[in-house]
Ligand binder design. Sequence first.
Ligand SMILES: [Zn+2]
Length: 446
Amino acid sequence: MLPDTICKTVRQHSRGKVPPEDMEKLQEIAEAYRKVKNYVYQRYGGIKSLAKIYPGYTVQNEMTDSGLRTQLGLPSVYFYLAIFDALGDIKAQWSQVKNSMLKSIRENEGFMPEDRHYLRFVMRAGSLFEAVLCNSRRELPKEMQGQYKALCTGVDRKRLDRYLCRQVRRKLRRLHTEKSGGFAIAERAYRYADHGIYISTMEKRRRVFVPLTDENTYKKQLYIKLFPEKSSIEIDIPVEARVRRNKEFEAVIGLSVGMWQLFTSDTGRIYGEQFGCLRQELETFISRGNRAYAKEKRNNPGRQKYKAGKDRLEAGLHTYINQEINRMLQAEKPRTVYIPRFPQSSPKGAKGKVNYSVTLWQKGYVRKRLRQKCLEKGIELAEVFGNNISRECSRCGSMGAYEKDTFRCSACGYEDDKKRNAAINVKRRGQSGQCIGREFMPYGSK
Ligand SMILES: [Zn+2]
C-alpha cells in the first residue's frame, strides 16, 4: 500500500538581523541544551544503560533527580526535550550497532547455521541481549524458554556470548557533541504573534522576539537553528503532508544518473544538462578556498567571505537540482522510476581526492531530493543493481564497449548514446525484479 501522508520539514526564517543581545540569549539555551545532551550521552550511552533507554522514563526520572537542571538554570521545558533528543541519538546508535553486527554475523564464515540462529535470537530478545552484555541473570518469558533451550544445544554458548560482547565493545561509540547550534522547543515555550515568534529564555518571563518572513503559525514541537555568523535563525517544523497523486502519471521509466547530465531517460531525454558545470564551479571554488586557507593559515584569515561564496554556489546548485527533478517528473509522468545503485567506492582510491567528498555528497543530495519528491507525488522509486549497467547491450545482452558518449555492441551491431543504453538496462532490470529496495509498492500492486 502507498502511504497517504508523508513527513516533511517546513522551514521558517527570521526577517532582518537578529540583534546580538537576542542571539546571545538564544545561544545560552543552545549551550545548556548541549550540556544536557552530553550528560545523557555520557551517562546512558553505554552497555550498562541499555535496559534503561526503552522507553526512557527511568532516564527521565533519574535526570530529574540529578540536579543538573537547577545547576544549568535551564527551564524544564527545554531540559526534558534535550534528554529525549539525546536518547533518540543513543537509540539510533544502538540500532546502527545491531545492524552492523547482524551483517558481521552473516558474513563471518566461521559460524555454523545454528551459531547464527542462536546469535540472532539473542539479539532480538531484548532482555536476553542485555543480560548477555552485562553478564547478568538471563530471564526469559515462558513462551520463549523452550525455543532458547533448543537453540542452546549444540552450540558453544560461552564463545558466542563473548563474540557478542566483543562486537558491541568494538562498534559502540561514545556520543558527544561540540556543537550548540540549536534546540528543540515545545509549544508552551513559544508564541506566534506580531509577524514573528516569542521564544522563552533562561530568564523567567523574559522572551526574545524574532520577526519572521512568513505569517504561518504552528502548534507543535519545533526545532530552532541558530546562525550567529549570519545573525539569523531558522525554524524547522515537522509536518504531515498529504500525498498528491496524479492519475495521469502512468509511465514506467528507467533513468541513468550522471555527474554531468543529471538524468537520461530510457527514451533518451536529458534533464539537468547544466548540472556538471554548476557542480564543477562549486568544487573548484572549494578546492581553491582550501588551498588559500592552507597557505595563509598563520595569518588566521577570516573565512566568512569564503563561506558566503560557497553557500551561494551551493544554494544555486540545489535550486537547479530541484527544478530539474520537477521538470523530469512533469515531463515523464511516471508511476514507477527505476534508478541504478552502485557499490560504494572507497574515497581513498578515487581520483581528485580534494573534490571527491563534495561529489559524493552532491550525489547523496540528488538521491535524497528525488526520493522526497517521489514520495510527495506517490511515485514508486526503486533501485536496481548497477553492475555493468553501462557495458551491457540493451538490445541483445552481450557485453559491449563505449567510447566517450557512444555505446557499441560488437555482437549485434547496436549503437546508442551510452547513457540512454544504460537507462534502458535500468528499466529492464527494474521490470524483471532485479531491485535492491522499493520505497513502496506501486498502487493497486499491478
Ligand atoms: Zn547487442
